[in-house]
Each structure stands twice: as structure tokens, then as C-alpha cells.
Design a binder for this molecule. Structure first.
Ligand code: SF4
Length: 536
């Protein structure tokens, strides 16, 4: 029996369920992962990824020191380097100086919008906050985005249009409080297995009824009271026909509609044509099933809807998500425990990255960059001259790479993303990556995108932050964003050998301002400095 030297409590680095983990560590080695039975999300349960998927921490291919390409890269001739012999190890100072020098050069020659960054939905809120702050205060651009643009983008747009918030409206722990719930576009048992466990418990132990709306006979169909096997791409007619039935049979929540919604009459009129017969002809779902599903959902005390990428990843994904939102608003099944609209996220911190401002339109807290009041507030908080922050919304994830070239993006900083895997058109992405003048990647391993980098900075896996990584790898917040930002700002200091761009040369920015530490001026403890960076 091995006894741990210490047990570190953390969060699973994989999907958006957010299961609690306990890392059992002996001689600085994680030899076991468990989960406390009292954890609210997963009650001690873990899927195979959370239970066993931590060998990456010690993988021999993991990058633990900064790397610089041996062969200088040029636009149009940029190549991928997977073999470690194509890189040389460098000190952090050398790597950061090179990054600062090249980015400043491109800034001076081509302006702020020649620089862009991808942030990371698997990194912490602090890491994402710092990267967007660096991009906005030092690069003076809003060209920063992350993978929220790619997968649940349509859900985000629909939820923000209708509700003003794109987060899950209820917590994963509330699944057992559902009386009725709809699962659609989600193979929950495979992609979010711990939530699927909660769904099964809700049905078996608490008498909840499940409606699956999905073309495939997924595992959750075995637990379903109703399965509506629609043809792919026919979500809107099916859910609109359910709304039609709810309206015709007056199953809607009139009080909720009157006090919490607007445009009801126009919406009701628009649902006239979506009869169950019409939906059956398009979707292949029997009209009786649609009627039963509408009655079951509307008649519940607490009903919720869960969906994954089968809803947003369509050319009409926003309409799909909107048709679900309409059901919740019609019936008032939102705003209470055990109800709600719940997009299931694939990455563990998409929400945090968005909240922290890693998006082209928003500062932290969804305050728009083109809102003068918000911009001035952040200028004051970040010690930027009035009018210094860029008021133009930046480019999205897909737009950043599409704009690479003359007059567009020339330098890219990639933190924990892999556009060479996630962009929709990889041939186009490859062409664009090859045109970049300068690329920095910050990650655990040299992936398909990092292989294009000029400088590679080793990072640390999300939520293993409290466990020391091997070698010289630094926690993500102390590797590039925190160290690099002062590095660039130092580079731009008055009197520096290389003149800084106008607007940046004459001041040291907040990110490198000395902070009074517990021992007096000049003693800058990491905790003190981090807190100061997060006050804005
Ligand atoms: S369900 Fe998601 S968060 Fe939970 S253990 Fe599995 S991968 Fe990790």
C-alpha cells in the first residue's frame, strides 16, 4: 500500500463538467487520482479521462524549457518542426527578449492590428485575463479570441441575444432536480459521462422523465421515456412544433411570459405553420411523439434542456439554439433550481476564458470594447492614457487566420490552442500559417500549430497548477503572459536600445509596475503581483 506524501485537490483538466480531483503524490509523482464523495458535481465519480488521463504530466515529449527554431523562418516559407533536433533550447530571458524584439518590430512597421493572439479555454481565468490584458495594453489591439468561437458559438449568440448570458443557466449538480429533461444533440454518456450518470440517477432514483431528440440511438435512449429520432438538421421544425402544441393547448406559463418576456404575440403568430404534421413531414418524427414531448415538457414542475454540439454546429445553429430557448421561455422553465438551458461544454474553462475577456469584442465581464465608458474604465485601471485602448472590436478566431497577409495579421501568439486541428478548412489554415512573419506558441507539447512557431514556451496543464511540473516548465501564469508582458514593457522602456512604438515608449505599464510587497518596496511576491494584476 503506497501512502502519499501529499494529496492535492484540483479540478479535472478535460471536459466542462468540472469534476473534483485529488492527486495522490509520492516522491513528486502522481500515482493515483481519486475524487471526494462529497464533491457536488461528481460525488466521487470520475470517467476514464479524469481517473487515468494524467500521464501527460511526465510525458518525455513534453516541452519543459523555451525552444527557438534553429532555421530562421520567413513568410511564405514557414515550415513545421516536430523533431526536437530542429529546435535549440534557450533561457527564458533569451526567448522573451526575442519575442519582445520581433513583436515590437512588427508593431512599429505595421501597426497594432498586425498582432493577434489565441487564448486558451483550458487555461485558468488568471492566464486568460493576463493574455488579453497584454494584447490590449501592449499590442493595442482587440485581436484576441479562443475556441468559444468554434464549437458553441451559435449557442453563445442565441443565448446572449435572448437572455444576455451564454453560460449554462443551471449547475450540473441540479440534474437530479429535473422532473423532465430534454437531451438533444448530445451523446452525453460518451462526451459528458458524469453528467450522464446524474441523468441516470435522476431517472432511476428520483423518477425524472427523459426526452431524447436525436437522429442516433444514443445510449441515453435506453433511459428515455420518449425518443424523437429526427432526420439530421431538422431541429427547428421539431422544437417549433412542440412550441406550436404548447401554444394551441395553452400549456404556456402566461404569468412568466407577461412579466419576463416581450414579443409574445408575434412569436405565437410565427409558430402557426409549425404544426406537428408539418414537422413530421420534414423531420420524420411521428406527430404523436411531438405532441407527447410538448405536453411532457410543458407539464413538468421543473424541466430542463441539455444540448451539445449537435445543436450549434449547423449552418443554422443559432436558430436551433433559439428554438430551444423559446421552449424554456414559453413554459417558464428557467430561473429556478432544476430547470434551465444548459449547453454542455467540451473544454473545462470556456466560460472562464470568456468571462476574463479573451474575446475580441469584450473586456473582462462582457464590457464592450467600443463602449466609451467601459474603455475609459479599463484605461484608468490599466494605467493607459485616455483614448489609448483600441475601440474597434477585434478579429474572431477564424478571421485572425483568414486575414494573415499584407494589411492584416503578421504575428500570432498562440496560448494552448491548435488552429491546425480546430479550424474548419485545414488546407487554408496551413497556407495562412505559412504566411505569418512571426509565431509564438505556448503549450505542453509541440502540436501541429506549435510546430510552425519561431519560439515555443513550455506551459502547464490546466488545474494541475498546484502540482510541480517537471524540469524548468513554469506554471502557465508565470511563463509567458506574466513574464513576457513585463519583458516587452521593459523592452519598451524609455531609453531602451530599440525605440518603442509611439504611445508605448514613454511609460511603463501597469503589468510591470513595482508592487509593494510584504518586505517593502521592491519585494514583489508572486501572490502580491498576481493580485495587483487582477484588480482591474
Ligand atoms: S466527466 Fe469530464 S470533468 Fe468529469 S472526469 Fe470525465 S472528463 Fe473529467
Amino acid at each position: 500500500m503506497i501512502h502519499p506524501d501529499r494529496i492535492v485537490t484540483t479540478v479535472c483538466p478535460y471536459c466542462g463538467v468540472g469534476c473534483n480531483l485529488q492527486l495522490h503524490i509520492r516522491d513528486d509523482l502522481i500515482y493515483r487520482v481519486s475524487s471526494p464523495a462529497e464533491s457536488v458535481v461528481n460525488h466521487g465519480n470520475l470517467c476514464v479521462k479524469g481517473r487515468f488521463g494524467y500521464d501527460f504530466v511526465y510525458h518525455p515529449e513534453r516541452v519543459t524549457t523555451p525552444l527557438i527554431r534553429r532555421t530562421p523562418q520567413a513568410p511564405g516559407k514557414r515550415t513545421q518542426a516536430f523533431d526536437r533536433s530542429e529546435w535549440r533550447q534557450a533561457s527564458w530571458d533569451e526567448a522573451l527578449d526575442l519575442i519582445a524584439e520581433r513583436l515590437t518590430e512588427i508593431y512599429r512597421t505595421h501597426g497594432s492590428n498586425a498582432l493577434a493572439a489565441y487564448s486558451c479555454a483550458k487555461a485558468t481565468n488568471e492566464d486568460n485575463y493576463l493574455l488579453q490584458k497584454m494584447v490590449r495594453t501592449l499590442f493595442r489591439t482587440n485581436h484576441i479570441d479562443h475556441c468559444t468561437r468554434l464549437c458553441h458559438a451559435s449557442s453563445v449568440v442565441a443565448l446572449q441575444m435572448a437572455l444576455g448570458s451564454s453560460a449554462m443557466s443551471n449547475t450540473a449538480a441540479e440534474v437530479v432536480d429535473n422532473d423532465v429533461f430534454i437531451v438533444t444533440g448530445s451523446n452525453t454518456a460518451e462526451t459528458h459521462p458524469i453528467i450522464a450518470l446524474q441523468m441516470k440517477a435522476a431517472i432511476e432514483k428520483h423518477g425524472a422523465r427523459l426526452i431524447v431528440v436525436d437522429p442516433r440511438r444514443i445510449e441515453m435512449v435506453n433511459w428515455a421515456a420518449l425518443w424523437l429520432p429526427e432526420r439530421p438538421g431538422t431541429d427547428v421544425p421539431v422544437f417549433s412544433a412542440m412550441a406550436h402544441v404548447i401554444l394551441k393547448e395553452k400549456l404556456y406559463n402566461a404569468e412568466f411570459l407577461a412579466s419576463r418576456t416581450q414579443g409574445f404575440e408575434a412569436f405565437a403568430a410565427s409558430m402557426e405553420t409549425f404544426t406537428p404534421e408539418y414537422a413530421e413531414a420534414i423531420s420524420g418524427v411521428a406527430r404523436d411523439l411531438i405532441v407527447q414531448a410538448a405536453r411532457m415538457y410543458a407539464g413538468a414542475r421543473n424541466a430542463a434542456i441539455y444540448w451539445a454540439l449537435g445543436i450549434p454546429e449547423h449552418s443554422h445553429g443559432t436558430n436551433n439554439a433559439m428554438s430551444l430557448i423559446h421552449l424554456a421561455l414559453l413554459t417558464g422553465h428557467i430561473g429556478r433550481r432544476g430547470t434551465g438551458l444548459n449547453p454542455l461544454r467540451g473544454q473545462n474553462n470556456v466560460q472562464g476564458a470568456s468571462d476574463s475577456g479573451a474575446m475580441p469584442w469584450h473586456y473582462p465581464g462582457y464590457q464592450r470594447v467600443d463602449d466609451e465608458t467601459a474603455a475609459r474604465k479599463f484605461e484608468a485601471a490599466w494605467n493607459i492614457e485616455r483614448g489609448g485602448l483600441n475601440r474597434s472590436p477585434g478579429l474572431t478566431t477564424t478571421e485572425i487566420l483568414s486575414s494573415v497577409g499584407p494589411g492584416g495579421v503578421r504575428a500570432l501568439y498562440i496560448m494552448g490552442e491548435n488552429p491546425m486541428m480546430s479550424e474548419p478548412n485545414l488546407n487554408h489554415t496551413r497556407q495562412q500559417m505559412e504566411q505569418l512573419e512571426f509565431v509564438v506558441a505556448q503549450d505542453l507539447f509541440v502540436n501541429e500549430s506549435g510546430a510552425y512557431a519561431d519560439v515555443f514556451l513550455g506551459g502547464e496543464g490546466r488545474d494541475f497548477h498546484q502540482h510541480r511540473p517537471p524540469g524548468a516548465a513554469r506554471p502557465a501564469g508565470t511563463a509567458a503572459p506574466r513574464s513576457f508582458a513585463p519583458g516587452l514593457a521593459d523592452y519598451l522602456r524609455p531609453g531602451a536600445a530599440h525605440r518603442a512604438p509611439p504611445g508605448l515608449a514613454d511609460r511603463r505599464l501597469d503589468v510591470c509596475r513595482p508592487v509593494r510587497g510584504p518586505g517593502g518596496d521592491g519585494e514583489v511576491g508572486p501572490r502580491v503581483r498576481r493580485r495587483s494584476l487582477l484588480t482591474a
